[in-house]
Design a protein around this ligand. Structure first.
Ligand code: RM4
Ligand code: MN
Ligand code: MN
Length: 424
């Protein structure tokens, strides 16, 4: 479904005065505001192809209707998000959930919506019906070389799909591990996984990156073979310069200091990508910023500081993606909320007075350092984020416009109430 520009114009027109009023708060700090707005305009967050349908838990799934039935419809959904917020300009595919059978046509379609293809994701955590060997006891770590080879071949096939679409990175998330003490020889599992990853790495095109994503638990509950940032960093370091660690916010043990992890990885030049979501207990995959917005801000604070220290480009040096699941909300509304929360945290972190913060740190002025961070965090940057959207043709309030146009009803009309998207 293409959103016609008139709807956006009318919406913006009707809210323009109220918006300008809020923006006038920044009149005394135009330079700061302008720099932030420009950075927000450049910042794009990829949408995963598996997050456009209703998610579920192992207990059940309550579909909301109008879900995309194929890759073309998923691209249309991301196109709709991007038309509304102008910040969701890329889609990340999961293979084999979303195989682009006609890559040229798919690329063309994405191009019509102004979308690029972000990292491609492999899947060796499920068995497919046409698959000869099972991943029940792991994939790249498996004791049987034939299973490892099957998983390696799958990853290489995923790279080929990505190449045909213009992707530049492969994300490998492994569910490999063990569920009971004694099940696995940890050293052998590590070495086999490293060797298998090495074969995939060797098949990477020269301008590609490989992201090694870690996760502390689930689906294996005793050990995960890529279980924390330390092991991911080890794999990435041993693999070579094209391999990086990917941080998924929900993949840590409770209360982990993710901002510190980010700082260290950036310092080592080994942070490659990000999966945004939020959680209360584990890999809850909730809307970004819905539970711990201060943590999200602190993470962005380290991201900016670390990227600036290395002369990295905020918009393009790392892979930014949402990795969420929505079991009670409309997926598109949820994704709009996530993108907005990420932009708010980014904008607030851009406002941190870094010179003053460094001075306070050097002087061991703990209270002042806290003041500086909280001052930025407590600033209402919503008008800046809205202004960034307005300048590039997006909606002042994407979610409100989505609702007022009855988008979900329209999608149900097009696709039916029982349409179910592939994914988790
Ligand atoms: C995993 C991990 C991966 C994602 C799958 C669907 O927990 O976050 O990034 O591809 O879920
Ligand atoms: Mn993830
Ligand atoms: Mn996850």
């Amino acid at each position: 479904m293409q959103l016609d520009t008139n709807s956006i114009d009318n919406h913006n027109q009707s809210r323009l005065n109220a918006h300008k009023n809020k923006l006038s708060y920044w009149a005394d700090e135009v330079e700061k505001a302008e720099a932030t707005i420009q950075k927000l305009i450049d910042f794009q967050i990829a949408i995963p192809s598996w997050a456009l349908g209703t998610g579920g838990t192992r207990f059940g799934r309550f579909a909301g209707g109008g879900e995309p039935r194929n890759l073309e419809e998923k691209i249309a959904d991301v196109g709709l998000l991007h038309a509304l917020n102008r910040s969701s300009g890329a889609i990340s595919l999961h293979i084999p959930w979303d195989i682009p059978t006609d890559p040229k046509a798919i690329q063309e379609l994405a191009g019509q919506y102004g979308l690029a293809f972000d990292a491609v994701n492999s899947n060796t955590f499920q068995d497919q019906s046409d698959q000869s060997l099972s991943y029940k006891f792991g994939s790249l770590q498996h004791t049987d070389a034939a299973v490892r080879q099957q998983a390696i071949d799958h990853n290489i096939e995923v790279i080929r799909h990505g190449e045909a679409l213009g992707s530049k990175a492969l994300t490998v998330w492994l569910s490999d591990g063990s569920s009971f003490p004694g099940q696995l020889n940890f050293r052998k599992a590590f070495q086999r996984t490293l060797d298998s990853l090495g074969e995939i790495y060797a098949a990477l095109p020269s301008d590609w990156k490989m992201f090694v994503e870690y996760k502390a638990f689930e689906p294996n509950f005793y050990s995960m073979t890529v279980g924390d940032w330390g092991s991911s960093f080890l794999y990435a370091s041993k693999l070579g310069p094209k391999a990086y660690t990917l941080v998924d916010l929900g993949h840590h043990l409770p209360n982990a200091n993710i901002e510190q992890i980010v700082a260290i990885l950036l310092n080592e030049g080994k942070l490659g990508g990000f999966h945004f979501n939020d959680s209360k207990y584990g890999d809850d995959d909730l809307t970004a910023g819905s539970i711990k917005p201060y943590q999200l801000f602190l993470i962005f604070n380290e991201l900016i500081e670390g990227m600036d220290a290395r002369g990295m480009n905020h918009a393009s040096s790392l892979g930014w993606m949402i990795d969420a699941s929505h079991n009670v909300k409309d997926p598109l509304e949820d994704l709009l909320q996530s993108v907005e929360a990420i932009q708010l945290a980014y904008a607030q972190a851009l406002l941190v007075d870094r010179v003053a913060l460094e001075e306070a740190r050097e002087a061991n002025d703990v209270a002042q350092a806290q003041e500086i961070l909280q001052d930025a965090f407590r600033t209402d940057v919503r008008p800046l984020v809205a202004e960034a959207r307005l300048r590039v043709g997006g909606a002042l309030q994407p979610l409100a416009l989505y609702r007022s146009l009855n988008m979900r009803q329209q999608l149900i009309g097009e696709r039916g109430a029982k349409a179910v998207a592939t994914g988790l």
